[in-house]
Design a protein around this ligand. Structure first.
Ligand SMILES: C[S@@+](CC[C@H](N)C(=O)[O-])C[C@H]1O[C@@H](n2cnc3c(N)ncnc32)[C@H](O)[C@@H]1O
Length: 267
């Protein structure tokens, strides 16, 4: 998959492909990253990329003409039909199902704003979708672009050491991941759960599924509710076995469904 990133700080974005899983994915040709700096498309002597906002007010706005030139150049080099995304606090909140969808694309063009943001006409003319990292304001879209590159790269075939790793991650099947332990067996009087030491793979898988369901119920009941009511798409409703496991978890942790608000009882 190829990423084209429009950014005033290419060295920041490029750092994501220098290390770790994304670094190895780039070295192995699973992903490709090209950064395009709008400053290179500015024709005045100062290489201006921003200007004062119409209507007055603080801050500067990234100029439409320079950005349009940069995006259109990137589009010519990107795979046919690459999606153009503007990272923006006003976009929809990025989630794993969107990341999964985007991981199927051949190309993604990511626009990183700076200052007060970009001239709205760029959005109207060239942007397919706006995505946000969350309800807070960053100084620029670069961290958002890096987050997207990382999350999407993990889902490329062969990007992870074990391909099943991504299948066990949180938000796969709308569940949080179970807890993990490694050596030593006891840390400051806290022992690893006995079942994990049993060598019984069936019991271990059952325990992990139960923890996943229980943890999701405690921390993110919204995910379970979504799963329970899901009729279509790739997310299956909870099976009878899952419901049994969840009941077991609730009993073991002295949690009771009847204490749930009315609308959450039918999970
Ligand atoms: C300082 S912000 C501009 C914020 C803008 N004035 C607003 O309040 O909506 C500069 C740039 O950072 C990026 N950015 C800021 N917060 C973000 C978020 N939560 N998710 C994604 N990108 C964000 C956007 O690209 C934005 O154009």
């Amino acid at each position: 998959m190829r990423f084209d990133v429009i950014t005033l700080l290419p060295e920041l974005v490029e750092a994501v492909t220098k290390v770790g899983i994304t670094g190895r994915a780039k070295d192995r040709g699973l992903i490709d990253l090209h950064c395009w700096n709008p400053r290179d498309y500015s024709i005045d002597v100062h290489r201006t990329v921003d200007d004062r906002p119409y209507g007055g007010g603080p801050g500067m706005v990234m100029k439409a003409d320079v950005l349009l030139k940069t995006i259109r150049h990137a589009k010519q080099q990107a795979p046919q039909g690459a999606k153009v995304v503007y990272l923006s606090p006003q976009g929809k909140k990025l989630d794993q199902s969107t990341v999964r969808e985007m991981s199927q694309l051949e190309g993604l063009i990511l626009i990183c704003g700076r200052y007060e943001g970009i001239d709205e006409r760029v959005v109207q003319l060239e942007v397919d979708e706006e995505w946000s990292l969350g309800d807070y304001v960053l100084s620029g879209g670069e961290l958002g672009a890096m987050v997207m590159i990382d999350a999407i790269t993990r889902l490329q075939p062969e990007a992870l050491g074990h391909n099943e790793s991504a299948l066990q991650d949180s938000f796969t099947e709308n569940l949080l991941d179970c807890e993990h332990y490694t050596r030593p067996e006891v840390v400051e009087n806290l022992a690893v759960p006995a079942v994990l030491m049993s060598g019984n793979h069936k019991s271990i898988a059952r325990w992990r599924r139960k923890q996943s369901l229980g943890k999701t119920w405690q921390r993110r009941p919204d995910l379970l509710k979504e799963t329970a009511s899901r009729m279509t798409t790739d997310i299956k409703p909870l099976s009878d076995d899952d419901k049994k496991l969840l009941d077991e978890y609730l009993q073991e942790h002295c949690l009771q469904k009847q204490f749930l608000p009315e609308h959450e009882k039918d999970i």
